[in-house]
Write a protein that binds this ligand. Structure first.
Ligand SMILES: Nc1nc2c(ncn2[C@@H]2O[C@H](COP(=O)(O)OP(=O)(O)O)[C@@H](O)[C@H]2O)c(=O)[nH]1
Ligand SMILES: [Mg+2]
Ligand SMILES: [Zn+2]
Length: 315
C-alpha cells in the first residue's frame, strides 16, 4: 500500500532530497523520473528547495520516498545558476526572516553587499534583519561606526543586532527571535554564520573556520543550502558559499521600489518616470544632496541600475 505524507524539504542536492515528514521522521527522497509535477518551473536546476512543503509517496518495502507534489510557495529566493545561463536556482522558500550577517573586520563586509541583500529581500517580500557580528574584535571607534550603520538601517525599517557569535547572551537573543520560524542566514564566507548556528544548536557541529575558499575561485560550484531544525521549534538555513543573491529580471524602473527611502518619495519627482539619475527636479537626488538619503545607499542604487557587479575586493 502506498502511503502519502506531507513534510518540508530540509536538504536538496538536485537529485536527492531529505524531507522532514510531519510525523517527525527524516526521509530520503527522490523525484519522479520524468518531472511532470504541476506548478514546477523546469528552468530551475533544482525543482525543490529547502523550505518547500511537499507530499511524499512512501513505499513501505523500498525505504525511499518519492516527492509527488509541491505545495504553493509563500515566497522564495532565487539566483542564476551561472552568470550567463538562463537557468535559475532556488535557494530556499517559505522564509519568515532573512538575516544578513556582516562584519567590519575579518572579513570586511561592504555596505554595498548589505544593500544588495536588502534589495533582494524587498523584491521577494521577505522581512530582513542585519546581524553585525564579531563585536568582540571591534574597538570603540569601530563599534561607534557599527552603531551609526544600525541607526541608518533601522531608520529604513530593518532590524539590526550587534553581537558576538561566541557570546551566550547574544546568541540567546537571536535564538528567541528565530523560534518557530524559518530563518535564512546569509553573508560572506568567514563572517560567522556556522559559528552562530552551532551556538544555537550545539549538536549540529557544522564545520567552521573555512576562511579561505581559494580552491573554489573561478569555478562554477553549485552550493546547496541546508536547513537545520531548532530545538525549540523553527528552522535555520545556512547558505554556504552563496556570495550574492541576484534579482532575476529586475526592471530598472522598479528598482527604487526596493529602497524604502526612495519608495517613500514616490511621485515627488518632476517626471513621473524618473529613475533618479540625472533628471531635473528629482526628489531622490535632492534628498541625497540634503543628507536625508545616505550616499552609500544611493551609490548602490546607481550601481545596481547600471548592472555593476560588487567590488571584487569584498568577495
Ligand atoms: N572573535 C570572533 N570570532 C568569530 C565570531 N564568530 C565567528 N568567529 C570566527 O570566524 C571564523 C569563521 O567563522 P564561520 O562560522 O566558519 O563563518 P561562516 O563562513 O560565515 O560560516 C571562525 O574562525 C570563527 O571562530 C565572533 O563573534 N567573534
Ligand atoms: Mg559556514
Ligand atoms: Zn527622481
Amino acid at each position: 500500500m502506498l502511503e502519502i505524507q506531507s513534510g518540508i524539504v530540509i536538504k536538496s542536492t538536485g537529485s536527492w532530497y531529505t524531507v522532514w515528514l510531519d510525523s517527525g521522521m527524516r526521509q530520503e527522497c527522490r523525484i519522479k523520473g520524468q518531472l511532470r509535477i504541476k506548478g514546477l518551473n523546469l528552468k530551475n536546476t533544482n525543482p525543490f528547495a529547502v523550505g518547500d512543503r511537499v507530499d511524499v509517496e512512501l513505499e513501505p518495502t523500498e525505504g525511499i520516498g518519492i516527492i509527488s507534489k509541491l505545495h504553493d510557495r509563500r515566497n522564495y529566493i532565487i539566483r542564476r545558476s551561472t552568470n550567463l545561463s538562463k537557468q535559475t536556482h532556488i535557494i530556499a522558500s517559505n522564509i519568515d526572516r532573512a538575516y544578513v550577517m556582516a562584519t567590519l573586520v575579518e572579513p570586511r563586509t561592504s555596505t554595498g553587499f548589505i544593500d544588495r541583500f536588502l534589495i533582494t529581500a524587498e523584491a521577494y517580500s521577505i522581512p530582513a534583519t542585519i546581524i553585525f557580528n564579531k563585536r568582540d574584535l571591534l574597538d570603540e571607534e569601530y563599534q561607534d561606526y557599527v552603531k551609526q550603520l544600525m541607526r541608518l538601517y533601522e531608520s529604513l525599517g530593518y532590524s539590526c543586532h550587534f553581537i558576538s557569535s561566541t557570546n551566550a547572551n547574544d546568541v540567546a537573543k537571536i535564538a528567541a527571535e528565530m523560534q518557530g520560524k524559518i530563518n535564512l542566514v546569509s553573508g560572506h564566507s568567514g563572517v560567522g554564520k556556522s559559528t552562530l548556528i552551532n551556538a544555537l544548536e550545539p549538536q549540529l557541529d557544522i564545520r567552521t573556520g573555512e576562511l579561505s575558499q581559494a580552491h573554489n575561485k573561478g569555478m562554477h560550484t553549485t552550493t546547496f543550502a541546508e536547513m537545520h531544525p531548532l530545538k525549540n521549534g523553527g528552522w535555520v538555513i545556512d547558505t554556504p558559499g552563496i556570495k550574492e543573491f541576484g534579482i532575476i529580471d529586475l526592471d530598472k524602473k522598479e528598482l527604487s521600489h526596493f529602497f524604502p527611502e526612495m519608495r517613500e518619495r514616490f511621485g515627488q519627482c518632476k517626471f513621473h518616470n524618473c529613475v533618479h539619475d540625472n533628471e531635473p527636479g528629482c526628489a531622490v537626488r535632492k534628498a541625497v544632496e540634503e543628507g536625508q538619503i545616505a550616499e552609500t545607499r544611493y551609490t548602490c542604487y546607481l550601481a545596481v541600475m547600471n548592472g555593476e557587479e560588487l567590488d571584487k575586493a569584498y568577495d
